[in-house]
Design a protein around this ligand. Structure first.
Ligand code: ZN
Length: 323
């Protein structure tokens, strides 16, 4: 019987975004506390030694060095824009680089655990999120693309043949799509509000070259509810998994499509997230030996995010923890 731990380290709270930013440390504290109350084991495994090397398989070295130096040189109480020519959404503080790197290392430790069979699945409760980050550009609250780094690491370090990244965050994960656009080894499926930030994710964006057909977008209009959003995700997931046959499933678990979320403008209920979680669990059981690493992305109503995350992890645990 394999358990489904939650990976979390207080270092990820050190990314300080000030008073008027949706990605607060508090939102994550509320999520972790709810998971703890629900009986989940909270663990902080050590960072794999190869973490920086894995980061640099996705991000340009110069970008990583510049990001690291900006944070290292920032005054202890600094909170401000990343740089004048970057997205104004990307506020940094002295702890932002270390928090971002820890979010990556927790995700890599999670993939290590499921590949080695030490855990059935893992939920990574970290921030800042990652799915918008490009090879050399921070975007949309994201700096290092944890899920893309983990997917590439599964292929190149662990020798996994096919990885599926499934993303139910209300925003399209343009960074993940971009990294694997012409790479047929990593499939990317996203359901999201469209048109909406960051502007990508139309239904006809489907990859190129050897990656043609392994990018699947399921755009949804504003105010979409469970039937369209969760139902659309589940149906597309099943179709893609049947032809792609993933060996590991990674999840960009953003809860900002929740009806209570102040950012998303959608009407997905907590039960809608459970529906998507069950679809993920079914696909992982059928093709991937149940192996899921799910990573928190967005979700800006702390209590709604926590409630949906608790249900999500319960469903991930159901298959693994049944006696
Ligand atoms: Zn989002």
């Amino acid at each position: 019987m394999l358990t489904v731990p939650v990976y979390f380290d207080p270092a990820v709270l050190q990314h300080d975004t000030g008073l008027y930013h949706p990605d607060t440390a508090n939102r994550l504290e509320v999520v972790v506390e709810a998971l703890r109350q629900d009986g989940r084991r909270i663990e902080a495994p050590p960072a794999p030694e190869r973490t920086l090397k894995a980061v640099e398989r996705v991000h340009d070295k110069a970008y990583v060095q510049r990001f690291s130096a900006l944070c290292r040189n920032a005054p202890a109480d600094y909170v401000g824009p990343f740089a004048l020519f970057d997205c104004a959404d990307n506020v940094i503080s002295a702890g932002t680089f270390e928090a971002s790197l820890r979010a990556v290392s927790l995700t890599l430790a999670a993939t290590d655990a499921v590949v080695a069979g030490r855990a059935g699945s893992v939920f990574v409760a970290a921030r800042p999120p990652g799915h918008h980050a490009l090879a050399s550009r921070a975007m949309g609250f994201c700096f290092l693309n944890s899920i893309a780094i983990a997917a590439k690491d599964l292929i190149e370090h662990h020798g996994v043949a096919r990885v599926l990244v499934a993303d139910f965050d209300v925003h399209h994960g343009n960074g993940v799509q971009d990294v694997f656009w012409d790479d047929g080894r990593v499939a990317y499926l996203s359901v999201h509000r469209y048109p909406f930030y960051p502007g990508t994710g139309a239904a006809d964006e489907e990859g190129a070259g050897r990656g043609r057909g392994t990018t699947v977008n399921v755009p949804q209009p504003a105010d979409a509810g469970d039937a369209a959003y969760a139902g659309g995700f589940a149906a597309a997931l099943e179709r893609l998994a049947e032809r792609f046959r993933p060996e590991v499933v990674l999840v960009s678990a953003g809860f900002d499509a929740h009806e209570a979320d102040p950012v998303g403008g959608m009407r997905v209920s907590t039960e809608g997230f459970s529906w998507m979680s069950r679809a993920l669990e079914d696909v992982a059981d059928k093709f991937a030996g149940g192996r899921i690493v799910s990573l928190l992305e967005g979700g800006y109503h702390p209590e709604a995010t926590a409630a949906a995350a608790v249900e999500h992890v319960r469903i991930l645990a159901r298959g693994n923890e049944m006696v």
